[in-house]
Design a protein around this ligand. Structure first.
Ligand code: FAD
Ligand code: NAP
Length: 342
């Protein structure tokens, strides 16, 4: 295990923001991880976990040991007639794993194709897309406690999953480094095609002929046509979470903005499309100081040429204020912000 100092993180985040880590280690095994954590404790340094950097904003340098999970491997743990349980090491690329599972005949993750990042980060915000959230397939999460170096196993229930949320963003924030995730996948496809954009894309096929590969391919096609590739235009996906509000607030808004879509959630609350509100406030395609709002997708902030995250966060702040002013709704930033702006 090698620890480097003042490591540049510019190539390690999809927003291409320039910042340095006081110390940095790329970790390939649990033993190396425990060693790195012991070193951080000795140095009295905080620890920050890093995957592929697709859901972070670097506002400035990180005064910590940044640990990048690079451990790889997929292992079949057990199977029965209906399901197979697979252990996936944290550093596996998420999309690579989804494609591998499909090829191997394990189903359920098709709707989550092409989400950037690592398998280890997937439980952090309970990644979701096209009507499916990863928590439906997480059996257990394995981690090492930062403060003690001890190993933990959290069951699905322990993870406290919610909408783009989990215990790792709340009670266990910064306290666990995920080393592997156990996924329980289906041996027979149970396709989820009700999400409107997906249903429209699959419209040309008869429902009884659809395969999991059709769904996977359709998700890849939609995402490739709609979302900017961070390698071409740096971004962190959706910059804001869709707000979830009480039904009474939804009713109030429906009277003023009858065109705004509203999605009734299972527990009676209403999910509002942040992109619609941002677009309504006129931000789509806006550009200033090397950052902007993507012209095709109002929820995606892009970095055209900024060096550090402060300009992006200033733009996010303006958008939040304008949405607050028009809709009386506070938008929450989805990616995690690290480092202090100078
Ligand atoms: P990072 O960005 O490196 O880290 C994110 C957070 O997780 C950080 O707080 C970090 O400390 C923590 N973390 C990472 N790895 C570990 C670990 N092993 N142990 C403990 N903590 C860890 N998200 C969705 O939910 N749905 C989407 O459809 C979606 N689409 C996207 C599209 C684009 C173009 C982009 C750029 C992003 C998108 N995202 C989406 C967000 C992002 O892909 C996910 O949040 C992803 O899981 C982040 O993985 P990562 O490895 O890049 O994590
Ligand atoms: P979209 O299809 O244009 O829909 C806009 C928003 O409306 C989505 O955010 C979605 O919420 C919501 N929505 C649409 N139909 C819905 C329904 N029938 N029931 C409940 N909610 C509905 O979305 P998009 O921006 O192109 O993204 C497509 C999918 O990929 C979405 O699921 C989105 O979350 C995901 N995605 C996420 C990120 C990220 O960084 N987090 C980035 C890109 C795409 P949900 O977001 O809750 O699905």
């Amino acid at each position: 295990m090698q620890i480097t100092h003042s490591e540049s993180l510019g190539q390690k985040n999809t927003l291409n923001l320039q910042a340095r880590a006081r110390a940095y280690a790329a970790i390939g095994s649990d033993a190396e991880l425990v060693q790195a954590l012991a070193w951080a404790r000795e140095q009295q340094l905080a620890v920050v976990a890093l995957g592929e950097g697709s859901n972070i904003v670097l506002a400035g340098d990180i005064d910590a040991l940044v640990i990048r999970q690079c451990s790889r491997g997929i292992q079949l743990l057990s199977e029965d007639d209906k399901t197979a349980t697979l252990r996936v090491r944290a550093g596996e690329n998420w999309h690579g794993f989804v494609a591998w599972a499909l090829q191997a005949g394990y189903y359920g993750l098709e709707n989550l194709a092409l989400i950037p990042g690592t398998a280890g980060a997937a439980p952090i915000q309970n990644i979701g897309a096209y009507g499916v959230e990863v928590n439906a397939f997480v059996d257990a999460v394995h981690s090492v406690t930062v403060a003690s170096g001890t190993h933990c196993r959290l069951s699905n229930r322990d993870c406290g999953f919610g909408y783009r949320d989990s215990v790792f963003k709340r009670e266990l924030k910064d306290s666990q480094l995920i080393t592997a995730v156990d996924f329980r996948l289906l041996k027979k496809p149970a396709l989820r095609t009700e999400y409107p954009a997906l249903a429209a894309e699959l419209d040309y096929r008869r429902a009884d002929e659809l395969t999991a590969t059709d769904v996977f391919d359709a998700v890849v096609r939609i995402r490739s046509s709609k979302l900017p590739d961070p390698r071409e235009l740096p971004n962190a996906g959706s910059f804001f979470k869709n707000p979830v509000v009480a039904a009474s607030k939804g009713k109030e808004l429906a009277e003023i903005f009858p065109q705004m879509p509203q999605y009734v959630q299972g527990d009676g609350v209403i999910k509002l499309p942040a992109a619609w509100m941002i677009d309504h406030c006129g931000w789509k395609g806006f550009r200033e100081n090397g950052v902007g709002v993507h012209p095709m997708h109002a929820l995606v902030l892009v970095n055209y040429s900024a060096q550090d995250g402060s300009r992006l966060l200033a733009l996010a702040d303006k958008i939040q204020r304008s949405v607050q002013g028009v809709f009386d709704i506070g938008l929450e930033v989805e990616p995690r912000v690290y480092g202090q702006a100078q």
